[in-house]
Design a protein around this ligand. Structure first.
Ligand SMILES: Cc1ncc(COP(=O)(O)O)c(C=O)c1O
Length: 395
């Protein structure tokens, strides 16, 4: 290949901000470039490689399932798909699962269930609410939920009868909800929005309003789910009973896979032919999903993650005290951590890359840490050392 960066620009729609690095190999918490340089990965391919890059058990699951069959279509039952669904049902609020290929598709399916739920009650119950500053995906349905102008403005008209409330603002939510509301979509920690956690009082209000106005609570755990904050679902930390939870990202261990977890009372809403997907619930992806879920359910997973999270957060707070002019705020739960560094975010990201550290920025000012969940303390120290060198230099 002549020059991969030039050809990438030439042949692929230029919608991504590429990092100026060609990765040829990955393992555990590291990525390697063509010259053998090693980069510490505090990003996990956007919280996808949660059990480490190129995890050996994932590789084995791919090999095993693909040597039996790779795809047979959803006309057939498949052991690996059923096994993953059973694991999800046995360990969450769900009584049934629908598999997709991505986060946006999970939310699309959830929108359809919500609309069908509303219409099954009365003809006008089609109103859906989501939060400002939320992120739910980029296809037209889920983009209609994504309450951020910058993503929506060039693609209007979007889905009708969708409105937004101010995150964590009880009065605003109360004003926006009505008897025509069929669903409220919510992130328990806004990820793309800058790592902002939901308040318990807001959750309480949401539960009360859901009962009063009979709407579905749809929790988007595409970023917060699957062990990222320690629990299989972040909703375990809150007094919330989602009717639907949407998942994706790390579910397939790096292969495309999403899921819609549906609670008992609405499990029969969609009838045969009303929804479907050619690839949704690919047997190979689902075999990997089983590995991923079993890892999160291991006895010491939660304890270990909490220990590492506390360790990292404690050290970050020390850095915040030491460099208050740079670190404005530290937020997050488990290994989903935001460091608000204001206008320094992009320069820090650039310097990090020079020092062979991969970090991500969200909402312009927030360094978003999403390391592999099996990162070890030594690697966390490595991150902290590099990070301190960068912020202690004159930037
Ligand atoms: C909370 C949330 N919902 C939905 C999505 C969309 O997922 P995907 O990119 O797989 O379509 C994302 C992606 O970042 C997300 O963070």
């Amino acid at each position: 290949m002549e020059n991969i960066f030039r050809e990438d620009k030439k042949y692929i729609l230029n919608v991504y901000n590429r990092i100026n690095l060609e990765i040829v190999k990955s393992k555990g918490s590291y990525l390697y470039d063509e010259d053998g340089n090693k980069y510490l990965d505090m990003f996990s391919g956007l919280s996808v490689n949660n059990i480490g890059n190129s995890n050996e058990e994932i590789i084995q699951a791919i090999l095993k399932q693909s040597s039996d069959y790779i795809h047979i279509s959803n006309y057939f039952v498949s052991k690996s798909i059923v096994k993953l669904a059973k694991l999800l049902v046995e360990n969450t609020h769900a009584s049934k699962v629908f598999f997709t290929n991505s986060g946006t598709e999970s939310n699309e399916a959830a929108i359809k269930i919500a609309r069908k739920f509303g219409l099954s009650i009365n003809k006008g119950k089609t109103h859906i609410l989501a939060a400002y500053n939320s992120f739910h995906g980029r296809t037209l349905g889920s983009l209609s939920l994504t309450g951020q102008k910058k993503y929506q403005e060039n693609f209007k008209p979007l889905l009708p009868d969708i409105d937004y409330f101010i995150y964590n603002n009880i009065e605003d939510l109360k004003q926006k909800v009505n008897h025509k509301t069929c669903a409220v979509f919510i992130e328990l920690i806004q990820g793309e929005g800058g790592i902002i956690q939901i308040d318990n009082s807001f959750v309480k209000c949401l539960n009360e309003l859901s009962k009063k106005y009979n709407f579905l609570i749809i929790v988007d755990e595409i970023q917060t789910g699957l062990g990222r904050t320690g629990e299989l679902l972040t909703s375990h930390y809150y007094n919330i009973k989602p009717h639907i939870t949407t998942l994706a990202k790390s579910l397939g261990g790096g292969l495309p896979l999403g899921a819609v977890l549906v609670s008992k009372d609405i499990e029969n809403l969609l009838k045969k032919g009303e929804h479907g997907s050619t690839f949704g619930g690919n047997p190979v992806s689902c075999a990997c999903g089983e590995v991923v879920i079993n890892k999160i359910l291991e006895k010491d997973f939660k304890k270990d993650l909490r220990r590492k999270s506390n360790y990292l957060l404690d050290k970050l707070y020390i850095l915040k005290d030491k460099y208050p002019h740079i670190i404005k705020d530290i937020r997050g739960k488990g290994l989903m951590i935001g460091i608000d560094v204001g206008e320094y975010a992009f320069i820090i990201k650039e310097k990090a890359l020079e020092k062979k550290l991969i970090i991500n920025i969200t909402n312009k000012t927030v360094i978003r840490l999403l390391p592999p969940l099996n990162i070890d303390t030594k690697e966390i120290d490595e991150f902290l050392d590099i990070f301190e060198v960068i912020i202690s230099e004159r930037i």
